[in-house]
Design a protein around this ligand. Structure first.
Ligand code: ADP
Length: 262
């Protein structure tokens, strides 16, 4: 199969007997394959808005810009395409930074309740801000990277707002779980995700409905970033969803070791 790769080595012994040695290369093959796919996908994702941008520039240069209405409409589209490229490049940079930090333990003490407040404030300009409901308990701080955790919150809460139905609540809850963990859960009442897609959502550029993701301004990298941030913090990510009912994304993170000892 595509996932299984074996290297076959044939040795001839002094007796003339032949020994076939099978080496499992699945791991390195998959890693190589993923790298190649990633570069191909990223290039394609960047080229699409760029091709559109070039098309409009050329049309304007050919004289279409003399008509003020057409010029305004074209400039708006060009602005949207340029912003799409900007978002994509920001997400690519974030992803590579998080990956580069993979083996460096995060060192800040982060109060998640405050960070959630801050992110909700930042999202309050969005058209769905009125639907945000928070249920925040006082919890111990986590040992973390503030910038990355803020990004995680933006992506998970942002998705719930994007894919939730207008006028329904998006609930962000935070509470302690046991002695050593905090649990963040973000629930929306959107269209949900068919179960066969769930295991693949954290793959880079994986989308259930590409057209819908793009029209909502998605880059397809949000949950890949979330997954990497959770891994770096030695946490756990769970996505539960029911089609037609909604989705809950749960992130569990360990609290500050210093707090547990005291
Ligand atoms: P995108 O930028 O496309 O939103 P993400 O990596 O954040 O990329 O998410 C990947 C895909 O997972 C989305 O395209 C969407 O199909 C699906 N998805 C993520 N969150 C939700 C949600 N809360 N409800 C429904 N679908 C979701």
């Amino acid at each position: 199969t595509r996932e299984q790769r074996w290297e076959m080595r044939v040795h001839t012994l002094a007796s003339g007997e032949r020994v076939v040695h099978l080496v499992d290369r699945t791991g390195s093959y998959t890693a190589d394959r993923m790298r190649v796919d990633f570069v191909a996908n990223a290039s394609h994702e960047l080229r699409t808005p760029l091709a559109s941008l070039l098309g409009y520039v050329e049309t304007l240069a050919d004289g279409a810009g003399e008509e003020p209405e057409i010029r305004a409409r074209f400039l708006k589209i060009m602005h949207d395409e340029a912003r799409r490229m900007d978002r994509l490049i920001s997400d690519l940079i974030s992803l590579s930074r998080i990956e580069a930090d993979k083996y460096r333990a995060p060192a800040e003490s982060v109060q998640l309740d405050e960070l959630i407040d801050q992110v909700c404030q930042e999202l309050s300009g969005s058209p769905r801000a009125a639907d945000l409901v928070t249920e925040i308990e006082a919890v111990h701080p986590v040992r973390g990277d503030r910038t990355q955790l803020s990004q995680l919150l933006h992506n998970v809460i942002g998705n719930a707002m994007k894919y939730g139905r207008h006028g329904t609540a998006v609930t962000v809850s935070l509470r302690s779980e046991g002695e050593a963990m905090v649990r963040l859960a973000v629930t929306d009442q959107g269209e949900g995700i068919p179960p066969e897609h769930i295991p693949r959502l954290t793959e880079r550029f994986y989308r259930v409905d590409s057209g819908r993701s793009r029209s909502l301004g998605g880059t397809g990298l949000g949950l890949a970033i979330v997954k990497h941030v959770v891994e770096r913090h030695r946490g756990r990510l769970d996505i539960a969803s029911a089609v037609g009912v909604g989705t809950t994304v749960t992130v569990r993170l360990p609290i500050e070791p210093a707090v547990i000892k005291s």
